[in-house]
Write a protein of this length. Structure first.
Length: 350
């Protein structure tokens, strides 16, 4: 797990959750349930993006670690920045462990920040089986964009493409504008991050923010070598990624002027710790949740998965379902004053 200060505060709670796992006999009963079944992994994005990459990587290896070896089928369910797949899982999907979703962390934060918007699910009532990656999000700008460093955004407007409000690509630049005072003009309406990236390449917009560094490396490997039409402009994280820190890529948080600014940004950036969460609907029997959590952990330790990830040049910094459950719960305990600051920044208090 990405051990940010926020994440470290919930490790004890996660350990307590893990200690309450069902007995071996009940786990065996759940294992018998999965024999001959098909388990659908619903991916809350279009194909080709970072979420899809991790969703399909896990899907290819998960089945062999679930007792009974069910067939695992990936299914893309894009739309509304990942909210459609979450709402369907919560309200429509069978509550028996045969439907899993992987979506964006911003989807799980959205109900906390929404005044009158989506209330289609309660993020604390999902059952989390694990997280495939802790992410550092970045802003990528075209080389010909007028801003050359974060300070330039305080006085220079740039066009930023995004999917839907509530997604990382929309909310991260909005948060930067609202708290740090930048002048990014966010253009929403793209189907997925892949489509936004193509729009940047064609010059329809000048950049994209709220994009995982792991996604950038997969989609645009020339960017590290300085041979791309675009560059990693800034990191949207409290600490940054070691690879990008070595290259001198600045942190957007460097624009913060007060402790209140930093507190609001830290709360918002906390979702980076569970960038690829795999979730079950509420109501799934506890023994089946335990079986799937154990299978997810074995999957993320699988040498074949790790070798495939290395070949794909993506990082795997996973965390347990208990840890994600505790992280989400902790986020929902954020002081109201901080929540109101974040809501105002991203326009959720209207």
């Amino acid at each position: 797990m990405k051990t940010t200060p926020f994440a470290r505060t919930v490790l004890v709670a996660a350990a307590l959750l893990a200690a309450n796992a069902p007995s071996a006999s009940s786990a065996q009963d759940a294992a018998g349930f999965f024999a001959g079944k098909t388990v659908t992994v619903n991916i809350g994005s279009s194909t080709g993006g970072g979420l899809d990459t991790y969703g399909r990587l896990v899907t290819r290896h998960l089945g062999k670690h679930i007792p009974g070896h069910p067939t695992i089928v990936p299914s893309n369910v894009p739309g509304a920045g990942g909210n459609i797949v979450a709402a369907r899982l919560y309200n429509v999907a069978p509550k028996d462990g045969t439907h899993i979703a992987v979506t964006f962390p911003s989807v799980l934060v959205e109900p906390l920040l929404s005044e009158t918007g989506r209330k289609d699910f309660d993020a604390n009532k999902f059952n989390y089986i694990g997280n495939a990656h802790a992410e550092v999000l970045v802003c990528v700008l075209r080389n010909d964009a007028p801003a050359q460093k974060p300070e330039d955004l305080l006085k220079t407007e740039v066009l930023i493409g995004a999917t839907a409000p509530g997604s990382t690509t929309a909310d991260f630049p909005a948060m930067t504008n609202g708290v740090l005072g930048t002048k990014m003009k966010v253009i929403t309406g793209y189907k997925g991050s892949r489509e936004v990236t193509l729009a940047v390449e064609k010059g329809e917009v000048q950049g994209i923010c709220g994009l995982g560094w792991s996604t950038v490396k997969v989609q645009n490997p020339d960017i590290l070598a300085g041979k791309s039409y675009a560059r990693v402009f800034a990191q949207e994280d409290m600490d940054g990624h070691s690879e990008l820190n070595t290259l001198g890529v600045p942190l957007m948080i460097s624009l913060a002027k007060t402790d209140e600014d930093r507190q609001a940004m830290q709360m918002f950036y906390a979702q980076n710790a569970f960038a690829r969460p795999f979730i079950l609907p509420p109501g799934v029997p506890a023994d089946r949740i335990a079986v799937l959590r154990q299978a997810f952990e074995a999957t993320m330790k699988d040498p074949e998965l790790l070798a495939e990830a290395e070949k794909m040049r993506i990082d795997v910094e996973w965390s347990t379902g208990e840890a994600v459950q505790a992280l989400v719960a902790k986020m929902y305990e954020t002081p109201p004053a901080v929540i109101e600051r974040v809501k105002k920044a991203i326009g959720r208090n209207k």
